[in-house]
Design a protein around this ligand. Structure first.
Ligand SMILES: Nc1nc(=O)c(N)c(NC[C@H](O)[C@H](O)[C@H](O)COP(=O)(O)O)[nH]1
Ligand SMILES: [Zn+2]
Length: 196
């Protein structure tokens, strides 16, 4: 397997491990990069930003921090990140996230799938594809709709199998009975699918 997916997911897991454990969310890690077309091994990848849950002040998600960090470097507010993301012929923006971007948040804050979709505003290419290691478990919002929102925005996504238990163990570390919750999520059977 020449793809770089495993090494990026391992990096995202390391990012997620920096997140303070909470019972009210999941610990997630995210990487934003620019990939050259026809470069399946990612040998010419350019890492643009990283983020993890609650890295930045407030109730922040990994993908949100990833965009915020990039926006800050380019002196624009997070909600204007689309205007400073690179948009180059022959290259595409790719995200790796340990968990499926959220489509709904109990807090009511803007979900990450929407933030990712907004990178395509103003005719910009924006994020082309999102790779993640687990679908969002049903703990907080039931059946996840993040993937559906990405598809609706014309953004590709793909579940990379093999890291589910590790990702969920990190994500749920702050939860009561996290081991039981991890096993329940693994048993939900949605983890191995690449369909909604
Ligand atoms: N993809 C993703 N990245 C994260 O960094 C994170 N924390 C979640 N978590 C999804 C979960 O659905 C929400 O954490 C709960 O719905 C609570 O919502 P808040 O986080 O308080 O807005 N999902
Ligand atoms: Zn989110």
């Amino acid at each position: 397997d020449q793809t770089p997916h495993s090494s990026y997911l391992r990096k995202c897991i390391s990012l997620a491990e920096q997140s303070p454990p909470r019972p009210t969310n999941f610990r997630v890690g995210a990487i934003l990069l620019s990939r050259k077309d026809e470069d399946p091994t990612g040998s010419e990848d350019r890492i643009l930003s990283t983020g993890y849950t609650m890295e930045l002040a407030g109730n922040t998600h990994a993908e949100q921090c990833c965009f915020s960090n990039f926006a800050a470097v380019h002196n624009v507010p997070e909600d204007e990140v689309a205007s400073v993301l690179p948009d180059e012929p022959g290259r595409k923006l790719i995200m790796y996230v340990t968990m499926e971007p959220c489509g709904k948040r109990l807090s009511g804050n803007a979900p990450c799938a929407q933030r990712i979709a907004r990178t395509r505003e103003g005719g910009r290419s924006g994020v082309h594809k999102v790779f993640f290691g687990v679908k969002e478990p049903e703990t907080f919002v039931g059946e996840s709709v993040g993937c559906r929102m990405l598809s609706a925005a014309g953004i590709e996504w793909e579940h990379i199998a093999g890291f589910e238990k590790e990702i969920l163990t990190v994500a749920m570390a702050g939860h009561e009975n996290s081991e039981a919750e991890v096993n329940a999520a693994l048993g939900q059977g949605r983890q191995g699918t690449n369909v909604d």
